[in-house]
Design a protein around this ligand. Structure first.
Ligand SMILES: Cc1ncc(COP(=O)(O)O)c(C=O)c1O
Length: 393
């Protein structure tokens, strides 16, 4: 026990989706919950202090977005990612997913199509249809354990009237942090066919040592790029609900504002504002420590699987605290796979099929938890696999 990330926080009874919805989601309330993407770690002290100070003021009325909020975001992007943006390009929204919906409405007509790259975060697949647009799939290619873009297929999508691409960068669930040359090649196709890109960079700060995240918008001024960013995954405050869009074009901002108006999502709650600002202003050291801890846990999982569960292969993550586990060698259907993890191992993972059919045979494991919890989950899985193998004829 030598890290603040080793500390166990009892979350049951805090209206936590990850903990308190276990019976509903998994059919039993005692699974080790390594599913929905929040972490079990305490937020940086500065964030908790800012929230406590705000809570001490007894009035919680409607809010504005103060200048200091913009400054904290601009400073974070400049110092952490070398990305210098204008204050006027920033728009706030309670969540990235509502922003995706607003962008789809703002940038496409009902007869046009939106492109997504499965296996991918499920709302990318549902948002276009919810907004009355066609969804075009441009699946990632998996070669020797590494996912890449399929740009020939992206050209096919463009020919089928794909006007808007929702890019996941870094990618949930496959853990890729797209490199500059890959993004440049993708942008070349987008430029050729005038495809607008929404680059969802919510995981941009969660990058493993030796890897660098490149904000897509720093690579082109010819492609229309809208970037979604948030401190929510980085600093474990997703329940507070606040994110930002970087939208360089004035007419685009007006179109998105119109969509925000119909959804009534432009206001932020007072807690989200102070947490957002404190996290970006004072959270860098906490994040560095978190990244070191996550890298250690990732190494633990890799080593454990190799030694005790070789039938489960970890797709090497470059970013995010979400591990993409290739379970196809277990030879189980998706239903059997879910049943194995929940009923036999008592571990609640996200089934890969949630991310599109390309995720069948995979499971997503959230390692944003104390290492002792992850170790226990791995031991449960290994034990269940041993029992299962003994029962085979
Ligand atoms: C790629 C991606 N985008 C968006 C979200 C959710 O964002 P929000 O809670 O701000 O709507 C998630 C959450 O897991 C995610 O992985």
């Amino acid at each position: 026990m030598n890290s603040l990330f080793d500390r166990i926080h009892i979350r049951t009874g805090t209206a936590s989706l990850k903990y308190d919805a276990r019976r509903e989601v998994f059919g039993r309330a005692d699974v080790i919950p390594l599913w929905v993407a929040d972490m079990d770690f305490a937020v940086p002290d500065a964030v908790q202090r800012a929230l406590t100070e705000r809570a001490a003021h007894p009035v919680f009325g409607y809010t504005i977005h103060p200048e200091s909020l913009y400054e904290s975001l601009l400073h974070w992007l400049a110092t952490r990612h070398g990305w210098h943006i204008g204050r006027e390009s920033v728009m706030f929204c309670p969540g990235v997913v509502p922003s995706l919906h607003a962008c789809i409405m703002a940038f496409t007509e009902p007869d046009e199509a939106v492109i997504a790259q499965p296996p991918v975060y499920a709302p990318f697949l549902s948002a276009p249809e919810i907004c009355g647009r066609k969804l075009l799939l441009n699946p990632l290619k998996l070669t020797e354990g590494r996912y890449t873009f399929d740009l020939d297929d992206l050209e096919r999508c463009a020919a089928e009237d794909g006007r808007l691409l929702i890019l996941c960068s870094p990618h949930n669930p496959v853990g890729r942090v797209w490199q500059k040359d890959e993004l440049q090649a993708l942008l070349a196709v987008c430029e050729k066919y005038a495809i607008t890109v929404i680059s969802d960079e919510i995981h941009a700060d969660l990058i493993y040592p030796g890897i660098k995240h490149v904000p897509l918008a720093t690579l082109s001024d010819k492609v229309n790029i809208v970037t979604a960013i948030a401190p929510s995954k980085t600093f474990n405050i997703p329940g507070l609900g606040m994110s930002a869009l970087v939208v360089p074009d004035k007419a685009d901002r007006a179109a998105i504002n119109k969509a925000f108006g119909t959804l009534h999502v432009s206001a932020s709650n007072p807690f989200s504002i102070v947490a957002f600002e404190a996290a970006y202003r004072e959270g860098a050291a906490w994040l560095d420590a978190l990244l070191e801890y996550l890298a250690g846990t990732r190494d633990l999982v890799r080593g454990f699987l190799r030694q005790y569960l070789p039938q489960i292969k970890m797709i090497e993550p470059e970013g995010t605290y979400l591990l993409w586990l290739d379970c196809r060698a277990m030879g189980l259907s998706d239903k059997q796979l879910k049943n194995f993890f929940v009923q036999e191992a008592g571990v609640g993972l996200s089934p890969g099929a949630m991310f599109g059919v390309q995720g069948c045979g995979f499971m997503r494991m959230n390692i944003g938890a104390p290492r002792s919890v992850i170790r226990q989950a791995l031991e449960n899985i290994a034990h269940a696999a041993a029992v299962y193998n003994q029962c085979l004829p």
